[in-house]
Design a protein around this ligand. Sequence first.
Ligand SMILES: *Cc1c(COP(=O)(O)O)cnc(C)c1O
Length: 342
Amino acid sequence: MTYQGVIDRYCHHIELPPNSARITLLEGNTPLIPMPHLGRQLGCDLYVKFEGLNPTGSFKDRGMTVAVSEAAGRKVSSVICASTGNTAASAAAPAARAGLRAIVLIPEGKVASGKLAGAIAYGAEVIQVQGSFDAALSLVLEITQKKPIALVNSINPFRLEGQKTAAFEICDEFGKAPDWLCLPVGNAGNITSYWLGFRQYDRGNPRLLGVQAEGAAPLVLGHPVDSPETIATAIRIGKPARGEQALEAVRESRGKIISVSDREILEAQKILAAEGVWVEPASSAGLAGLVAQIQGGSSEYRNCRVVVVCTGHGMKDPSVITDRFVAKVIPAEYEALRSLLI
Ligand SMILES: *Cc1c(COP(=O)(O)O)cnc(C)c1O
């Protein structure tokens, strides 16, 4: 099989203007990893959709190939986004290939090092904003209303067109939709896209378990959060752009939106890594939510086929791991090694 990006693979299911460019890094086609050991413990048929294996390390590459292809097709010269980090890298990489200027606004000091490095490496103009992600997004909205710069945050409908291909892939692999889909919710573009994708593809619908971090849970609380705080920086968002649609999707699916603590998020990150899947903290929120539900006594997941979406790779946020780690140091002598190990 030759590799295809999501636009070529699902061209009949994606709305894209005919004059669009085709800017791709062969994103998508990510593995649906069986988790038999953990599934047995939790009492369900469990899989991880590992979206961290996209070209820049997060699921956002799916939407961005479509948004940047559309922007390049109408001959804009610049794209811009606000980002907690992954959007920046996902925009910058295809923009570089398309020869577009990429401008990214990030909350000052709140972006994980692997993400910042990616955006810089791909040649984006990185601007730190003295404020939250939500403040950065407001600035981006204002400038794109006034200047001919293409907005590539997930308010851009072409982002959703690309992101919904993850739902198509899951249905193609199983032949039908799973019973449950568990995933983190930040700006709520991803959960909205999955729901659009499952509905459109017509192979059944999963129930959605959307999971926010306790300190950034506007959709659970029912109101915006002024200063969102969580170790899961990718979902540190207080005013989700697609919040209403996300709630609607969850309602329609007979699903739930819940929140989990940072401690539960880090514990879920550890559980996944113990099975060989290292994800960034936000990405383990889906599993953290599932575990919290089951440990809280819910039997709704029992014997169900459950897909946990792991949205970004662990290498995006290495300091979450290394800051809590103290290396053992020994002299370069055999005896020192032997006495340490045995
Ligand atoms: C962007 C992002 C999310 C949140 O997705 P939304 O579409 O904003 O809800 C979750 N995890 C990771 C790793 C992300 O980059």
